[in-house]
Design a binder for this molecule. Structure first.
Ligand code: 1HE
Length: 262
């Protein structure tokens, strides 16, 4: 099997769809899958304005390929985990925003992959678990940082200690997904297409400045925010878009309650 078939790549308008394609193994992530994700993300970063991560078949991703992992010497396990970190970092702090479309299992490393995207959409078939405790291993794909920040370290610890499995609705209440939709992939593509219409510099700043500012002291964060916002205002894109608004050529923010007002 070539790496192109382990992970599919499709352009839809200016959105890149990156699909894990090992349905027979529930899209478990082997070393080669990690490299195929990296290649696809690199390609999307130069060709697309937003990306969608999804899984072919019924499941998003069953996590680390346990068959491959069981054979690994300690040093290869460390190198493997560090490679996951580097590749998932390309998604979390790259150049374009990503939406994870979650159907079926988002388990272990699958949830870690979803946590690297900027936005997560799940449908009614989705379920979330961190069964590392039962497998005698630990998260190694960045979950102890990303998932802990997303849902809180206490909830993540609960998932890992008890092995509990959460539905999409439960994970939405915990803040681990932002949207629950009828069809995760369709909704994710819509959201990505919307993001793709934003100013490129602003998207870049959202992706790269927000997580860094979250790691800073308030004082450093506020200073960095002033620098980034001033830079954004200097772009040609900002000048054009601000004029468009002032001269009533662009859409206003839509009031979701407008229909109820009589
Ligand atoms: C796998 C994997 C895998 C399935 N590595 N081969 N992840 C887990 O502990 C989750 C393990 N998987 C499952 O619990 C279930 O497979 C699912 C709930 C996701 C799906 O269940 P089901 O009934 O649809 O499929 P299945 O029959 O369990 O699996 C189908 C095949 O996929 C089967 O192989 P086959 O050769 O017998 O057909 C499974 O062995 C294979 N398969 N999941 C390898 N994960 C960077 S650190 C991250 C740490 C973690 O990710 S820990 C969590 C690992």
């Amino acid at each position: 099997m070539t790496d192109e078939t382990l992970v599919t790549y499709e352009m839809r308008g200016n959105v890149a769809l990156i699909g894990l394609n090992r349905a027979a193994k529930r899209n478990a992530i082997s070393d080669r899958v990690v490299e195929a994700i990296s290649q696809a993300v690199t390609r999307a970063s130069s060709q697309a304005k937003a990306g969608v991560l999804h899984g072919h078949g019924a499941h998003f991703c069953a996590g680390l390929d346990l068959a491959e992992h069981a054979q690994k010497p300690l040093i290869d396990a460390v190198k493997g985990s560090r490679r996951w970190h580097a590749v998932f970092d390309q998604i979390e702090r790259g150049t374009i925003p990503f939406v994870a479309a979650i159907s079926g299992a988002a388990v272990g490393g699958g949830f870690e992959l979803a946590a690297a995207a900027q936005v997560r959409v799940a449908d009614g078939t989705a379920f979330f678990a961190l069964p590392e405790g039962q497998r005698g291993i630990f998260v190694g794909g960045g979950g102890s940082v990303r998932i802990a920040r997303l849902i809180g370290a206490a909830r993540m610890g609960d998932m890992m200690l008890t092995g509990r499995v959460l539905t999409a609705a439960e994970m939405e209440r915990w803040g681990g997904v932002s949207y629950v939709a009828d069809t995760a992939l369709e909704r994710a593509v819509e959201i990505a297409a919307q993001m793709a219409t934003n100013a490129e510099f602003t998207n870049y700043a959202i992706i790269n400045a927000l997580p860094r500012i979250a790691d800073m002291s308030s004082e450093d964060g506020l200073f960095t925010e002033s620098m980034v916002s001033s830079l954004a205002s200097m772009t040609d894109d900002a000048q054009v878009r601000l004029q468009d608004f002032l001269e009533k050529r662009s859409a206003r923010v839509k009031d979701p309650n407008a229909g109820e007002k009589a």
